[in-house]
Design a protein around this ligand. Structure first.
Ligand SMILES: O=C(O)[C@H](O)CO
Length: 327
């Protein structure tokens, strides 16, 4: 009688139970887990992945040729617990014929919500206000104290009107946004829902009161927001990035914020992550930095884990994945 081969899977971090449950009950794989909330060290990753048929990884794991070579020819599938895939060497993966699963859609709402929260917190200076209450800086109600910028009547520019960009635009419109500009590779027919105007990037940067970065990190977008970019923004404009830190030249952002070239910035992503605690951006009152928590709701992370597990299992069994990355 033919007995099905139990395949080997390496999971690079503790993930929500919703995902682990699917893997352990599947009967198709034996899971070895880096049982920690901290990233797996490179040498442990190389050991863990050796001979594996499947790899479930996170956006903080760099999946390069060395890791793929360590895995060897058994490797059928990589499933990442993220919508972003800039941490993986896609050309090397393609060469080896390995399938890739990812987690789009399920984190769109959570990430859009966080982006709106960060935008409002930055524009209305909420962290500064909280700090002043705690440190005794709140002496009385003052007409000119802690004033910021509102969305009503404003122009918002979204760089990258994809799934998340559109969800952000949909949420911002009801705040009374007057013009919604977007830029990217192509015109999006669905932008009509938010009366989105497709404009060249330069126009978006020059005309917007709020510039929101929501594009993928690619060779074209790496370092896109640099000195020339910030120099075109209004002095009263607010800059928000919830995509990937490397889209921004952080030295140039520091210059823009500290010189008054732009009003403020809210970042949920930085380069590197974590941002060192002595980083110059963290000395600025007009820069709000969050620790990459766009998708961090309990339910979203649970659903992401479930989807990542099911992508992995489908890849192991050679069946259709719920969310396969086509590249
Ligand atoms: O790529 C992703 O999935 C986000 O950055 C985190 O959820």
């Amino acid at each position: 009688m033919h007995t099905a081969q139990i395949m080997k899977v390496f999971v690079t971090r503790r993930i929500p139970q919703e995902g682990m449950k699917f893997l352990s009950q599947s009967g198709v794989c034996k899971v070895s887990l880096w049982d920690s909330d901290e990233p797996v060290p490179k040498e442990e990753l190389l050991k863990g992945v050796a001979g594996a048929h499947g790899l479930l990884c996170l956006l903080s794991d760099k999946i390069d040729a060395e890791v793929l070579d360590a895995a060897g020819p058994n490797l059928k599938v990589i499933s990442t617990l993220s919508v972003g895939f800039d941490h993986m060497a896609m050309d090397e993966i393609k060469k080896r014929g390995v399938r890739v699963g990812y987690t789009p859609d399920v984190l769109t709402d959570a990430t859009a919500e966080l982006t709106v929260a960060l935008l409002l917190a930055t524009a209305r200076r909420l962290p500064e206000g909280v700090m002043e209450v705690k440190n005794g800086g709140w002496s009385t109600w003052k007409p000119l104290w802690l004033c910021g910028y509102g969305l009503s009547g404003s122009t918002v520019g979204v760089i990258g009107l994809g799934r998340i960009g559109m969800a952000i635009a949909r949420r911002l419109k009801p705040f009374g946004v007057k013009r919604l500009l977007y830029s990217g590779r192509t015109v999006k027919s669905y932008a009509a829902e938010v009366v989105g105007e497709y404009v060249p990037l330069d126009t978006l940067v020059t005309d917007s009161d709020f510039v929101v970065v929501s594009c993928a990190l690619t060779p074209e977008t790496q370092g896109l927001c640099d000195k020339a970019f910030f120099s075109k923004m209004k002095n009263t404009a607010v800059f928000i990035n919830t995509s990937r830190g490397a889209v921004v030249n952080q030295e140039d952002l520091y210059w823009a914020l500290s010189s008054g070239q732009i009003a403020s910035a809210g970042l949920d992503v930085t380069s590197p992550e974590p941002l060192p605690t002595d980083h110059p951006l963290l000395t600025l009152k007009n820069c709000v930095v969050l620790p990459h928590i766009g998708s961090a709701t309990y339910s979203t992370r649970g659903i992401m884990a479930e989807l990542a597990a099911n992508n992995l299992l489908a890849g192991l069994q050679g069946t259709e994945m719920p969310s396969e990355l086509k590249f």
